[in-house]
Design a protein around this ligand. Structure first.
Ligand SMILES: [Zn+2]
Length: 377
């Protein structure tokens, strides 16, 4: 199988792209279409490293694969540079929805950092309105195609910035017009959630759901702070929670594992892990286990009963889609359609939506997977 095959067929014959899916961890500035970047850059007079779509896509892929964090971060400078106007944000948000619909996603949470889009005079509120306008247009586009998708905004505060409280208040202000939660992104190492403790106290008093990037570039202490100081209901990646457990021995059907207190809590409380296989490889988040997808602790976490979800993180940089991430896992760990359904049901349960809406998503997934299986017979 070519890893870029979005029509990856499971043993049952079901195409992953046709199965209903949920995307919880997908950065708006990490998912732009190369052609869009070129047209928006032209409009604002920004000079790009490459001016042909394919060459530009290659430029992003190369930097993301380089193993250098600095090179990787340069790619976001480019995407953010063309997302400083209302038009740019509307278009990128609309295409985000269009692209997810094309990949079979029925519910998405799109995360982005409003503080990084103010260079050309937008206010924080203007930026949120612009993104919402694009989302609404994308949802309308889907309806015209007879497709159903729902999308919520997750507002990210940057760890290295000093606007966490502003972003938290912004999120609360827009919770009735499109914002479903709060996220913390940016350099994790050296910036534990505890540095924003006051902001998290405020969010807790407002009952706004929180996810925190933790357990990606730092280990258990960072996860502990996300849970304790951030009261995180989900962990952005969280893959390094596997550092809090040890496989003592293994035979044909049983694995004997000692699980530490942080991992036990995450497992027992169903704190969803927003795992992103390709991204986790590229950023070195799973370096302690190896440099191949087969070494990703995803399967260990799944087998132990953690609430694992599958995500794309940055579709442009990782040249991926949610279907592709699922096909990579299916290939590496021999998953079948029922495993993939568990990952979607885990995501439905962890969505930052009211209970009734999550139950509806769960029903949609169960129904769609049943149909997918029938189609494959
Ligand atoms: Zn992320």
């Amino acid at each position: 199988m070519a890893l870029t095959d979005v029509n990856y067929l499971l043993a049952s014959g079901a195409s992953i792209r046709d199965l209903p899916k949920i995307s919880l961890h997908d950065h708006l500035d990490g998912g732009l279409r190369p052609q869009t970047i070129i047209e928006l850059a032209d409009g604002v007079g920004y000079e790009l490293p490459e001016t042909e779509p394919q060459a530009l896509a290659g430029w992003f892929a190369e930097r993301s694969d380089s193993g250098s964090l600095l090179e990787y971060l340069k790619t976001f400078e480019v995407t953010c540079a063309v997302m400083q106007t209302r038009e740019g944000l509307v278009r990128c948000a609309r295409e985000y929805v269009n692209d997810l619909v094309a990949d079979g996603v029925i519910y998405g949470e799109v995360r982005w950092a409003p503080e990084q889009h103010l260079e050309r005079g937008l206010s924080l509120d203007d930026a949120v309105h612009a993104v919402q306008e694009g989302i609404d247009e994308g949802v309308d586009d889907a309806a015209h195609l007879g497709r159903d998708i729902r999308v919520g905004q997750l507002l990210s505060a940057m760890r290295q910035g000093d606007r966490a409280r502003d972003i938290a208040e912004l999120a609360v202000r827009h919770r009735l017009d499109g914002v479903v939660g709060f996220d913390v992104a940016g350099p994790e190492d050296g910036f534990p959630a505890s540095l924003m403790a006051g902001t998290f106290d405020y969010l807790a008093l407002q009952y706004l759901p929180v996810t925190v990037h933790a357990g990606e570039a730092a280990g258990i202490d960072s996860i502990r702070s996300a849970l304790f100081d951030g009261r995180a209901l989900r962990l952005g990646h969280g893959v390094r929670i596997a550092e809090d457990m040890e496989v003592d021995s293994e035979d044909a059907d049983t694995m004997y594992v000692t699980v530490g207190p942080v991992a036990q809590w995450v497992k027992d409380r169903r704190i969803a892990l927003e795992l992103s296989p390709t991204s986790n490889l590229q950023t070195g988040a799973i370096a302690a286990w190896g440099s191949e997808i087969e070494k990703h602790p995803f399967d260990l976490l799944y087998q132990l009963g953690f609430a694992v979800t599958v995500n794309t993180d940055n579709r442009l940089m990782s040249n991926t889609t949610l279907s592709r991430e699922l096909s990579i896992l299916a290939d590496a760990f021999s998953y079948d359609v029922s495993d993939l359904e568990v990952f979607q049901q885990n995501a439905a349960a962890a969505a930052f939506l009211p209970l009734e809406d999550r139950e509806e998503l769960a029903d949609q997934i169960a129904h769609g997977f049943d149909q997918g299986l029938d189609a494959g017979d």
